[in-house]
Ligand binder design. Structure first.
Ligand code: 5GP
Ligand code: ZN
Length: 113
């Protein structure tokens, strides 16, 4: 079974794209948990946060900064937004290709459920 997000990165599985460049893709989550729910996914397959290496530092920074840019483009900078990276069972990690969730457009609870 090929990696779901590698399939989206390669364009073999459809997704509602928001942004893409040579490093990462961003698309709407298929099961949105907020009015805005975008996933930012590196083109490179990294299985989870546990596999993030020093050579991925620039990539991780790009993910965060691009998520911020998208949040601003979607008008979320005034009201606020949340970036989330899950890891492992307790966090409900379900697609084993690292991704950053951008959530916004409603009041978000803290602590999360
Ligand atoms: P995780 O729980 O692993 O942090 O997040 C995985 C996310 O991927 C979930 O929010 C889920 O709704 C989303 N997702 C799973 N499969 C697909 C898909 O095929 N397309 C899109 N756009 N999102 C998906
Ligand atoms: Zn993958």
């Amino acid at each position: 079974m090929p990696c779901l997000f590698c399939e989206i990165v390669a364009g073999r599985r459809p997704a509602r794209m928001v942004f893409d460049d040579d490093q990462l893709v961003a698309f709407h989550d298929i099961n949105p948990q907020a009015p805005t729910h975008v996933l930012l996914v590196p083109r490179k397959h990294i299985t989870s946060l546990l596999d993030l290496a020093p050579e991925d530092d620039a990539l991780a920074g790009s993910l965060v900064r691009k998520a911020r840019d998208i949040a601003r483009d979607m008008g979320l900078d005034e009201r606020g937004f949340r970036l989330v990276m899950n890891c492992g069972d307790d966090a409900g990690y379900s697609v084993y290709h690292i991704h950053l969730h951008l959530l916004g457009g409603r009041r978000l609870e803290w602590p999360p459920g």
